[in-house]
Unconditional design. Structure first.
Length: 243
């Protein structure tokens, strides 16, 4: 579910559904194929491989890089992440793959502590060749549904500003708003080809809690800005080149 509103030290895998549908004549079981690409947002990690059903389908994906799309079988599949060229799995997850769907697999956190985020449904949008294309991905641990509200962590409300470097937030309105408790994967947002900075603030304020470095984006390029919690309770960002 996309949890954006208009307005850390974990290795996590978020499976984002970019669009789905069944091709004619394909059974929605263990037949047919889907497309997947891996996005490496795991700080300090070596190159990573994506393994599906014991077969390496994406290899050598560096930090803040994305793999080319690869085919994987539909149905229930075991996904694994390994250091490139190694045989030991760092983390695994069983998922159900819809034939003819398109997925983005976001690997995040660090090698020191491994965990899996819940899957998040994405609305990817279409990259425009004449524009700078930016999306925001929050890698959170979704709050489980409980009947006793006293056990639900309080909201962590943030605003997202995408501006030119050094721009005063002043009276600007945020581009997005979010509850950082929940994983979320935004559609693409279009800007002029230029250099941009993404800042996250406490909701309703201009107090910055996380920021990216300057991000130069040429026409047609896509950059995914990820937000993750750190072990100390703060936030860290990464910028993954989707193309």
């Amino acid at each position: 579910m996309r949890r954006f509103g208009t307005g850390g030290a974990l290795l996590a895998i978020g499976l984002a559904l970019a669009g789905c549908g069944e091709p004619a004549g394909v059974d929605n079981g263990n037949q047919g194929t889907a497309q997947v690409r891996m996005m490496n947002a795991a700080a300090g990690t070596p190159a990573l491989d994506l393994v599906v059903g014991g077969r390496v389908i994406a290899t050598g994906v560096l930090f803040e890089q994305s793999s080319p799309p690869a085919s994987m079988p539909g149905g229930t599949q075991m996904l694994a992440i390994r250091q490139s060229g190694q045989t030991a799995n760092l983390v695994t997850r069983s998922v159900t793959i819809t034939p003819n769907a398109k997925y983005a697999l976001v690997v995040s956190g660090t090698l020191a502590s491994l965990a899996l985020t819940p899957s998040v449904t994405s609305d990817t949008g279409l990259a425009r060749p004449d524009r700078a294309n930016i999306r925001i991905i929050n890698i959170g641990a979704d709050v489980p549904a409980v009947t006793d509200s006293a056990h639900i962590p309080p909201p962590v409300l943030l605003d997202v500003y995408i501006t030119a470097p050094g721009a005063d937030l002043g009276s600007r309105n945020p581009n997005l708003s979010m509850d950082a408790r929940y994983s979320s994967y935004s559609t693409l947002i279009y800007f002029d080809p230029a250099s941009w900075v993404v800042r996250f603030t406490n909701a309703g304020t201009k107090t910055v809690v996380a920021t990216t470095a300057t991000i130069p984006i040429a026409a047609g390029q896509v950059r995914a800005v990820t937000l993750q919690r750190t072990a100390g309770g703060g936030f860290t960002t990464s910028v993954v080149a989707e193309n």
